[in-house]
Design a protein around this ligand. Sequence first.
Ligand code: NAP
Length: 276
Amino acid sequence: MILRAAPTGGTAVAGVIGDPVAHSLSPALHNAAFDATGLDWTYLAFPVTAGRGGEAVAAMKTLGVRGLSVTMPHKEAVAEAADEITPAARALGVANCLVLGDDGNVTAHNTDGAGFVRGFEAWSGSQLLGMRVAVLGAGGAARAVIDACARAGASEVRVVNRTPEKAERAAALAGDVGTIGRADQLGDVEVIVNATPIGMGDNPGLPCDPGGFTGGQFAVDLIYHPRETAWLVAAATAGARTQNGLAMLLHQAAVQFRLWTGIEPPLDAMESALPG
Ligand code: NAP
């Protein structure tokens, strides 16, 4: 590992804004990447209270902060306040990454969906192109995955959600390949993604019955606390190939690193910075 020198007047600054932000894993991930590459950058956590996301975009320009990760509750506000916005962030209406360009303009990106696709494809060795994918949930994470799977060429993106109206809106993100499905009819899809919080921390239960899963299916849980949810354990027992949410977390950060620095992210170093 190349260790960076102490910050100087020339050190580039990146960071994360949110509330709360103290427990974010992003500083560990990005500072590990700067250490590994020897780039003269540093990454900090900035607590920014609700309603001040737009001010943070302006401050980014004033202070010359080169890149920001964005978490709750600012994802919508920064998407509105940025000078430019990518198609994925515009479609979702939320951004989780800001880039300060050489022209002084701030561009809003959403790297969650790309992080999911890269994390899945790197781990599975399979392309989402032509696959049938079911997504359990229709909230922020689900919408990013639905949009990205459709952009990656999935042949069907089936949304399964408790509230039908939200399922309809989320499926619309996938255009012609977006459909609505039921949790008890998932035998014909290749990939099943849990994008609900069921199974996270103290939230008990299973987002769908994994009893019928097969060895040909991939079961991906976006949850990473715990590393292995009861749903993933049951899916593996039924023969499915299983992946937790750490891959999406890692790869969305790697996409941000590349956007800010223009260089290839040191994935191994970033992965080592994740909690064991
Ligand atoms: P969110 O916006 O609150 O959406 C949650 C979704 O889950 C909603 O569609 C909701 O259904 C559904 N849901 C919640 N409780 C349910 C229950 N008891 N029964 C059935 N459906 C239920 O949450 P989010 O931000 O999308 O996060 C979802 C999960 O993804 C969380 O576990 C989060 O930690 C994880 N996540 C992981 C990453 C990563 O990098 N790995 C990134 C982002 C999020 P309704 O529409 O009916 O309310």
